[in-house]
Design a binder for this molecule. Structure first.
Ligand code: ZN
Ligand code: ZN
Length: 411
C-alpha cells in the first residue's frame, strides 16, 4: 500500500519581492523541491481568503462550500467532544461580566477572564448544575486550553440559525441569543441558549473559585461567551471516501477537530504547542511513525501563521529555518512508497497580518513525478514548476492518481 505524507505549514507564504520563505536558509525544503514537481495552489479558489479550517478541508478533498458549517463544530470535535451530525456546537470563552440584574443586563469587562488557565472545577459545576431535559435537550460542555471551551447541544428540533452571545468587545452587554429566522426551531434553540446562559452565570458567579479570585483581585470567570455556532455536518469519513486510514499530527485544536470530524486518528505529541516553541522533532518523528500504521498522514505546523498575524518577518523566517533543520530525515524516505507533499493552507503575509487569497507553493515528491527545473521552495520559484497552478480540491485527485488509487473516468 502506498502512503501519503501531507505537510501543511500554516500561512507559510507571503506577498512582496522578498519573503520569510524566500529568504530563509532551508536546504532540506529546497532539496525536496528539487526532487519533486512544483507549482502554486489556490487552497480554495483564486482570490478567496481561506480560514485554516476551510483551507484544510479543501486540501483533504472536501469542498468547504458543501461541508463547512462554522467553526463551532470543528472546535468542539478538537476539544474531544464526540460530535454527531445534527448537534449544535459553539466555541466558548470564559469571560468576566459586571453589573446588576440578569446576565444580559451585565457588561463584559474581560473576554478572557484574565486569561484564566484552570477551569476544570467551573466546567464540572456547570455540567452538574444545569439540566436542559425540560427542553428535551442534552448538552456537553468541555474545557479547551486556557479560557477556551466548547459547548454542544444535542436533541430534536435544534437550529444553528441563531446569534452569538459574545458581544466580541469589552464594554458591551452580553448579547441575548436571537433567532435569525422566523422558524420554530431557531426560536426554541435561542430560548434554550438564553436559559443556559442565565444558569451558567448564576453558578459561576457564586462559585468558590470565583469568590477566591475576586478576593485576590483577579477577574471572575463568571460568564460563558458563545460564538461560532454551527450544526455538525453530515460528512463522509476520510477512510470511507478515499480508502486510506487518516492520521493527523498537530498541536492546534482546530486541526485536531478536522481530523476527528473526518474520523481520523489524532496523534498527540508531547510539546506540540502550536506555537514557535513547538516540538518539531517529536512531530516529524510521530508523523513518520504514523506512516507505519496509517495510509495518509497530515503533519501540521501552526507558528508560521501566528507570526504572519504578528507581522514578524524575522520570527517567521526563523521558524521556517527551525522546521527545515528537522526535515532532513524526510529526504531519506522511500519515495517509491511514500508520496510527500509540502505546502500551506493559505498565505498569511507579514505585510497583511491576515490570511490572503494569494496562492501557496506546493511540492510533490514521488518516484514517478515529472521532475521539473525548480530547485528552491519559495513563492517565486514554485510557479515555474510542472504542476503549474492547481486548486486545493485538485490535490487529492492528483495524489490518488500518482499512487494508482484513482479510478478511470470513462472506458
Ligand atoms: Zn491556517
Ligand atoms: Zn491565521
Amino acid at each position: 500500500m502506498k502512503k501519503v505524507l501531507l505537510i501543511v505549514i500554516d500561512g507559510l507564504s507571503d506577498r512582496g519581492t522578498k519573503t520569510p520563505l524566500s529568504s530563509a536558509k532551508k536546504p532540506n525544503m529546497d532539496k525536496l523541491a528539487e526532487m519533486g514537481i512544483n507549482g502554486i495552489m489556490d487552497p480554495i479558489a483564486p482570490g478567496i481568503r481561506p480560514g485554516s479550517d476551510t483551507g484544510h478541508l479543501s486540501l483533504l478533498g472536501y469542498d468547504p462550500y458543501k461541508y463547512y458549517t462554522g467553526r463551532g463544530p470543528i472546535e468542539a470535535a478538537g476539544a474531544g467532544i464526540e460530535v454527531k451530525p445534527g448537534d449544535i456546537a459553539f466555541r466558548v470563552n470564559f469571560g468576566t461580566v459586571e453589573g446588576e440584574g440578569s446576565v444580559f443586563d451585565k457588561v463584559v469587562v474581560d473576554r478572557r477572564a484574565g486569561r484564566i488557565s484552570d477551569t476544570d472545577e467551573l466546567v464540572k459545576a456547570i455540567n452538574e448544575g444545569i439540566d436542559l431535559s425540560k427542553f428535551g435537550v442534552e448538552f456537553i460542555f468541555r474545557r479547551g486550553s486556557g479560557h477556551r471551551g466548547a459547548l454542544v447541544l444535542r436533541g430534536e428540533g435544534l437550529s444553528d440559525k441563531i446569534t452569538d452571545t459574545d458581544p466580541h468587545k469589552v464594554g458591551e452587554k452580553v448579547w441575548r441569543c436571537k433567532p435569525l429566522r422566523d422558524d420554530e426551531n431557531a426560536k426554541r434553540t435561542a430560548e434554550i441558549v438564553n436559559y443556559f446562559m442565565e444558569k451558567a452565570h448564576e453558578i459561576l458567579d457564586k462559585h468558590p473559585l470565583n469568590e477566591e479570585r475576586a478576593k485576590k483581585g483577579l477577574p471572575k470567570a463568571n460568564v460563558l461567551l458563545l460564538r461560532g455556532v454551527g450544526v455538525v455536518p453530515h460528512i463522509p469519513p476520510f477512510e470511507q471516501r478515499y480508502g486510506m486510514k487518516l492520521a493527523v499530527v498537530t498541536g492546534t485544536t482546530l486541526i485536531k477537530g478536522i481530523g476527528r470530524i473526518l474520523k481520523g486518528d489524532v496523534i498527540e505529541v508531547e510539546g506540540a504547542t502550536g506555537n514557535r516553541y513547538t516540538n518539531v522533532k517529536g512531530k516529524v518523528e510521530a508523523a513518520l511513525e504514523a506512516l507505519e500504521t496509517h495510509d495518509f498522514v497530515l503533519l501540521h505546523f501552526k507558528a508560521t501563521d501566528e507570526l504572519g498575524h504578528d507581522g514578524d518577518f524575522e520570527g517567521k523566517k526563523e521558524f521556517i529555518e527551525k522546521l527545515d533543520r528537522h526535515f532532513e530525515q524526510l529526504l531519506s524516505l522511500d519515495f517509491s512508497n511514500v508520496c510527500l507533499i509540502l505546502t500551506a493552507d493559505h498565505s498569511t503575509p507579514v505585510t497583511a497580518k491576515e490570511h490572503t487569497g494569494d496562492p501557496v507553493p506546493i511540492t510533490i515528491v514521488y518516484k514517478d513525478v515529472r521532475v521539473d527545473d525548480v530547485k528552491s521552495f519559495s513563492e517565486f520559484e514554485a510557479y515555474k514548476g510542472g504542476l503549474c497552478r492547481i486548486r486545493g480540491l485538485d490535490l487529492i485527485n492528483i495524489v490518488m492518481d500518482l499512487i494508482d488509487k484513482a479510478e478511470k473516468f470513462g472506458a
